[in-house]
Design a protein around this ligand. Structure first.
Ligand SMILES: NC(=O)c1ccc[n+]([C@@H]2O[C@H](COP(=O)([O-])OP(=O)(O)OC[C@H]3O[C@@H](n4cnc5c(N)ncnc54)[C@H](O)[C@@H]3O)[C@@H](O)[C@H]2O)c1
Ligand SMILES: [Zn+2]
Ligand SMILES: [Zn+2]
Length: 363
């Protein structure tokens, strides 16, 4: 079976013919139908997020169960599923307390899997959540899957695996945007466009899209932004102050993963407002924030993992929004590709040619 392998930091992925172990007790064999290409995969390739090569990445996928090991309840062969890149054990302090997005077993469940063998005999890690959606099939933990209705489009379901849940969730479940509020989204890629859609669902009055790429600003407006601005051409703070009687936005989202932009999100947020960080900078990076002003101006900084979504419930909610027409997931798939095109998809992402590239394994 084909898989794109991360062989070396900063190098292109290499497509190889790998073999998959048989499904064992407590495991599920999934054939992926579709996988989105998220910026976090590129951050892993660039070493910004730690995962040693060789590894099979890909964490935004939807597929069909083709095999089940002994002792797995609640799932059956033929079920349609979305992969969960932050598996949820259902039993730890966080899962029981309604914060499954920081499940204490997530890393252990997701990063302990090595079901693939490469032609040279080595065994790569299976990437975020153990999903490895850049392979045609995988053996995953049942806690890394959410069963979904079989009539939902699988390409669109794949996007719910990461970008849509993260972006919409950042608006609805992390920042809890209220009707009539003014928000800014710094970074309008796949996750940022989803955040814009989430703000629209929440009834935000003004949605200000900030992105240096003209293509992204145009898409942002199509998906619900009321204003768009190029931060390289315009002084963002002055622009925001001009729109908000000098106050700043109620909520600013940073959806790029750059400390200077996290700080910019802080600067453009009004006193009493919420600064919401979605992008993931280099794991060793730090950011400077005015220590006194954050108190005196009563600002909150919210970091959000997976849109602070409890995936088992919230992924279904997102599908219902899409069915009602409140979310446009189809429009976010700007390019369908095969796994052979994976490196071109990273290039297209950086050049601003796509909102999301989606691998179609049935093509
Ligand atoms: N918190 C989570 O759980 C989670 C989940 C998924 C992705 N992420 C992170 O979210 C971030 C975005 O991911 P994505 O897949 O949407 O990436 P993307 O590459 O599709 O989008 C990033 C966007 O940022 C824009 N940008 C670059 N410099 C900018 C600047 N100075 N000001 C404003 N915009 C700028 C780019 O033009 C691009 O449109 C990444 O850091 C990714 O790792 C976080
Ligand atoms: Zn992702
Ligand atoms: Zn847990």
């Amino acid at each position: 079976m084909k898989a794109a392998i991360f062989v070396e930091q900063d190098a292109p992925l290499v497509v190889e013919d790998v073999t998959l172990d048989p499904v064992g007790p407590g495991e599920v064999h999934v054939k992926w139908v579709a996988s989105g290409v998220c910026h976090s995969d590129l951050s892993l390739v660039k070493g910004k997020l730690p995962l040693p090569p060789p590894a099979i990445l890909g964490h935004e996928g939807a597929g069909i169960i083709v095999g089940i090991g002994d002792g797995v309840g609640g799932l059956a062969v033929g079920d349609h599923v979305i992969g969960v890149f932050q598996p949820t054990c259902g039993e730890c302090f966080y899962c029981k307390g309604g914060q499954s997005y920081v499940c204490e077993k997530a890393i252990e469940i997701g990063m302990s899997r090595m079901p693939f063998t490469r032609p040279d005999g080595t065994k790569p890690f299976a990437g975020p959540g153990g999903l490895a959606t850049f392979a045609e099939e995988s053996i995953v933990a049942p806690t890394a899957l959410v069963k979904i209705p079989s009539d939902f489009d699988m390409q669109q379901a794949a996007l719910i695996g990461c970008g849509v849940t993260t972006g919409v969730g950042a608006a609805l479940w992390a920042a809890k945007v209220q009707g009539g509020e003014t928000v800014a989204i710094i970074g309008c890629g796949g996750v940022g466009i989803a955040a814009i859609q989430g703000c629209k669902v929440a009834g935000a009055k003004n949605i200000i899209a900030v992105d240096p790429q003209a293509s992204k600003r145009k898409w942002a407006e199509q998906f619900g932004a009321t204003h768009s601005v190029d931060p390289n051409e315009t002084n963002l703070l002055e622009y925001i102050q001009g729109l908000t009687e000098g106050r700043g936005v109620d909520i600013a989202f940073e959806v790029v993963g750059v400390p200077a932009l996290q700080r910019q999100a802080y600067d453009i947020t009004r006193p009493g407002g919420k600064v919401t960080w979605v992008g993931v900078p280099d794991i060793s990076a730090e950011v400077s924030i005015p220590a006194g002003l954050i108190v005196l101006q009563n600002k909150s900084i919210i970091g959000t993992m997976y849109g602070s979504a409890n995936v088992k419930e919230h992924m279904i909610t997102l599908m219902e929004f899409a069915k009602k027409g409140d979310l446009d997931l189809k429009g976010m798939i700007t390019q369908e590709i095969t796994v052979d095109d994976i490196n071109d998809a990273f290039t297209a992402m950086l050049q601003g040619d796509v909102i999301r590239s989606v691998i179609n394994y049935d093509a």
